[in-house]
Design a protein around this ligand. Structure first.
Ligand code: ADP
Ligand code: MG
Length: 327
């Protein structure tokens, strides 16, 4: 199983930031209200994610580390309408096949936490008691220690950490109701409390994408035919127009999609933003059955069941918002 897991890891775990992505998604799925991310040496030495979510039962701990064991979907039908971030049951076994992984978890009301350690080779897991609070902690050490070829492809600690920071910022905009803390080598890089009020939401947005975006952005709110689009788009007065300021979420999942960026670009071009890269933070909400999230192992891409519908909807929503804002 280790070899199979390592092959799967090749698709899911490209670099430290991919580990962080999978573990934070698991925290979201566990209904966490707070996610703490500690990273050492760009994540090459250590990544630790702790959440205050529902936790894992003692007897389910070994299962969580087994391939294709997911508690999130039970049937093919469920796969057609995935509402959770995870569903492949691949992340933990993949990570544990290319790193030293410790999983500690405590269910509310349980008298102590339980811990399993895996290095991808064992078939029997030792489960020991631990003193952790409610929720789950996953610690990942020495990423790619046993796959030197993969480790060679990693960049400097600084670069790897910047990938992590970018990712955490993007994820922080996918769930305003969750608090995030990010530390690198003991230094606090990001500390965001759950945001509920308009002012708190704006504050988080400003912290993540910058004050000037907020000042030069137009709020978007549009729904039709069961689809809804909300968020912000940058006005031409916003000078920093770069592709790294394009955030698009489908049912709270950050994705990249050619059709989406094309529809947005078209709407911009049509109204007033000739030749510029649009800047946006947008949230599309739709029935999970209308989108296939199982199109990419790292779940970075989705496939819309009716892409024409999505394209036209996005174009219409943005065209309208931009045209109204036109001086
Ligand atoms: P998936 O997310 O696709 O189900 P993973 O390998 O990421 O697969 O996780 C395997 C299982 O472990 C999950 O289905 C879930 O039951 C459990 N799990 C993982 N992380 C957490 C967490 N932070 N809190 C609660 N349960 C978790
Ligand atoms: Mg997962």
């Amino acid at each position: 199983p280790q070899l199979i897991n390592q092959i799967a890891a090749g698709e899911v775990v490209e670099r430290p930031a991919s580990v962080v992505k999978e573990l934070v998604e698991n925290a979201f799925d566990a209904s966490a209200r707070s996610v703490e991310i500690d990273v050492e040496q760009g994540g090459l030495r250590m990544i630790r994610i702790r959440d205050d979510g529902c936790g894992i039962d003692r007897e389910d701990l070994p299962l969580a580390l087994s391939r294709h064991a997911t508690s999130k979907i039970a049937s093919l039908e469920d796969l057609e309408r995935v509402a959770s971030m995870g569903f492949r049951g691949e992340a933990l076994p993949s990570i544990s096949s290319v790193a030293r992984l410790t999983l500690t978890s405590r269910i509310r009301g349980e008298r102590c936490a339980w811990r399993v350690t895996a290095d991808g080779t064992e078939t029997d897991f030792d489960i020991e008691p631990a003193a952790d609070p409610d929720g789950t902690t996953v610690e990942v050490r020495d990423l790619f220690y046993n796959t030197p070829a993969r480790r060679k492809f990693l960049r400097s600690e600084k670069t790897e950490f910047s990938h992590i920071e970018t990712l955490v910022r993007r994820m922080a905009l996918s769930r305003f109701d969750v608090g995030f803390a990010l530390k690198h080598d003991e230094r606090t890089v990001l500390n965001l409390r759950p945001a509920e009020t308009r002012a708190e939401i704006d504050r988080r947005l400003a912290l993540v994408v910058g004050e000037s975006f907020l000042e030069n952005a137009l709020a978007v709110e549009f729904s039709a035919a069961g689809l809804s689009l909300s968020g912000w788009v940058g006005l031409p007065t916003f000078s920093r127009s770069q592709a790294d300021m394009q955030f698009f979420y489908v049912n709270a999942r950050l994705i990249r999609d050619k059709l989406v960026s094309y529809a947005i670009k078209q709407a911009y071009r049509d109204v007033l933003y000739h030749g510029r890269q649009p800047v946006y933070v947008l949230y599309l909400e739709l029935d999970p059955a209308l989108v296939d999230v199982n199109a990419h192992p790292a779940k970075l891409e989705v496939r819309f069941r009716d892409s024409r519908l999505i394209h036209d909807f996005l174009f219409r929503a943005l065209h309208r918002a931009l045209a109204e804002a036109k001086p």
